[in-house]
Design a protein around this ligand. Sequence first.
Ligand SMILES: *Cc1c(COP(=O)(O)O)cnc(C)c1O
Length: 368
Amino acid sequence: MTTPFGPSYVRAIAPYIAGKPISEVAREFGLDEAAIVKLASNENPLGMPESALRAMTQAASELGRYPDSNAFELKAALAARYDVPADWITLGNGSNDILEIAAHALVQKGEAIVYAQYSFAVYALATQGIGARAIVVPAVDHGHDLDAMLAAITDDTRLMFVANPNNPTGTFIEGPALEAFLDKVPRHVVVVLDEAYTEYLPQDKRYDAIGWTRRYPNLMVSRTFSKAYGLAGLRVGFAIAQPELTDLLNRLRQPFNVNTLAQAAAIAALNDAEFLEKSATLNAQGYRRLTEAFDTLGLQYVPSYGNFVLVRVGDDADAGNRVNLALLKQGVIVRPVGNYGLPQWLRITIGLPAENEAFIAALEKALA
Ligand SMILES: *Cc1c(COP(=O)(O)O)cnc(C)c1O
């Protein structure tokens, strides 16, 4: 027959599976949307900050024009906050965009990208999308094995993705261990350190990866406004690296990849320390409640430093899907992670207290 369209490496991609939208679950299971609890996409259960909504309302009158392609004000705000020059910053349509652009900008077809087993699904997508070779390093205790990742580097490795904390497992690498790792990474390999959940870290676990970019020309730190800042629907993320790297990313990004409303909202959210504080406190409380319930139910979970917990809901290879379906029927949406090779587990985003209670009650029934 005819040759199929597109390169084989694109046809081989398994599309990203997103958390089920509330409206879809309501339709499929005949449920009232208002009664559905969604703990599936690591969104901030507080929603977006009021300050961001006000900023967007004001910016809405400018939507007849293109966004500021260089996002002068947002970059100035980030530069001041993180004490880096504005030309060390690249903005993305979500940090997902940053990860994709980095792969496109730094790696040719056939060259290698190193990342860990059970790390963020987008690393595989970004790798496959350019026809690069994935070197997937087995996880230890569901987290990154940095020594094995170093040992896996080949002459044609151009990029490494490291998520800290990692999604979907919630594992965390201490700052000093990361720094020792960066000391050993050869300079022909760029490390994208993906810190999507860094704002949730307790004070005693914080480390200054952005400060490290001064010392490591091959380090790129990626952050997002989608998680603790509560702006997942707007799509804003950013990367900080030395200008040699940002200049490359800038050549490949779409000129208007961050829209006008998103730029305005991100500035407001960045300056809303109170919202961030409230989000982190709520998350810590919810984490204690969920893990206490897992302990009571005798369920294994991976200690998490993000706004979600990976929990083992059975021993057979269908356990995750089965319990997920039982939860969906009760109007609770969580994330099955069979696509990550974790079919016995579910990833639960930490919600508002009432949402956590609804989930726990539904889980007890699902397991009974
Ligand atoms: C959620 C997430 C991101 C991407 O989020 P964006 O909404 O695209 O900014 C990146 N990395 C990890 C590890 C994540 O969990």
